[in-house]
Design a protein around this ligand. Structure first.
Ligand code: CA
Length: 269
């Protein structure tokens, strides 16, 4: 098992990151075999003003299959949450503009039940209880292990869904979230993580046109060279894998929108 660092608060600094050689026994008992469990590309919103913490956790969250959006203050966090574009929120408590408690209170006032995990160096029992009182789904004290954060995200999502969702289907295309296989009209093919995330990204918003830049951001993460042709190459690979048996000439549902990008075409039944 891989265990490298944990996010930790140093005395005198608000949210610092330090190498860690302790806690391996704890982490080993918490993780069991789940760290290799395949994931859907759930969309996480990270609201965290400490850039170093964000830079530390985002690569691991992305490697675990999550799509992560990062904002740095409470007001931006609130707006992002209310946009409805995320599946779960990781919410720091001590934030500029609005603190995490204020953000969640406003979110719950609107009736929005999005899963929220607080991250906070405010670890006293009254703080944690206040977080749950407002409507948090979990509360993870800093310092924390990224592996534990991932385990808690998975647990909250499984609880919220009420069941283990292992498949999504749109039109005639099915994605198995466990085996990461796609099935289009009887042609079954395993997809790489990127291929899978790309197909899922398009499937979750049928008929919506995504630019290459939006796909790069959603699937590959931020700060990716916009000149790259990896999206087109990835789409070609997906089509090659799944479009082999289109005997009746029915086109594969991922459609190229010339000069713009791609969309998952869902015809009216
Ligand atoms: Ca903070």
């Amino acid at each position: 098992m891989r265990l490298r660092c944990r996010v930790q608060q140093r005395p005198g600094s608000r949210d610092a990151i330090a190498p860690c050689g302790t806690g391996a026994a704890f982490a080993a008992t918490q993780l069991s075999n789940k760290e290799h469990m395949p994931l859907s590309a759930s969309r996480l919103l990270l609201v965290e003003d400490e850039v170093r913490i964000a830079e530390f956790v985002i690569p691991d969250l992305s490697a675990a299959g999550f799509q992560v959006t990062h904002v740095k203050d409470g007001a931006s966090g609130l707006a992002a949450i209310l946009s409805g574009e995320h599946d779960l929120v990781i919410l720091d408590v001590m934030l500029p503009v609005l603190d995490g408690f204020e953000v969640l209170a406003k979110v719950r006032e609107t009736g929005n039940a999005i899963p929220v995990i607080f991250l906070s160096a405010r670890n006293e029992l009254p703080d944690r209880l206040a977080g749950f009182e407002i409507g948090a789904d979990d509360y993870l004290p800093k310092p924390f292990f990224v592996e534990e954060l991932i385990a808690r995200i998975r647990a909250v999502m499984a609880r919220k869904s009420g069941k283990v969702i292992d498949e999504i289907q749109v039109g005639e295309l099915t994605l198995n979230l466990i085996s990461r296989q796609a099935n289009w009209r009887g042609t079954v093919a395993p997809l790489s993580q990127r291929e899978f995330s790309l197909v899922e990204c398009l499937m979750r918003a049928p008929n919506r046109i995504f630019s290459r830049q939006q796909i790069l951001k959603n699937v590959w993460g931020i700060n990716f060279n916009p000149e790259t042709n990896v999206v087109d190459v990835c789409i070609q690979r997906i089509r090659k894998k799944l479009n082999r048996q289109a005997r009746d000439g029915k086109p594969f549902p991922i459609e190229t929108i010339r000069g713009v990008g791609y969309r998952f075409q869902l015809e009216d039944e």
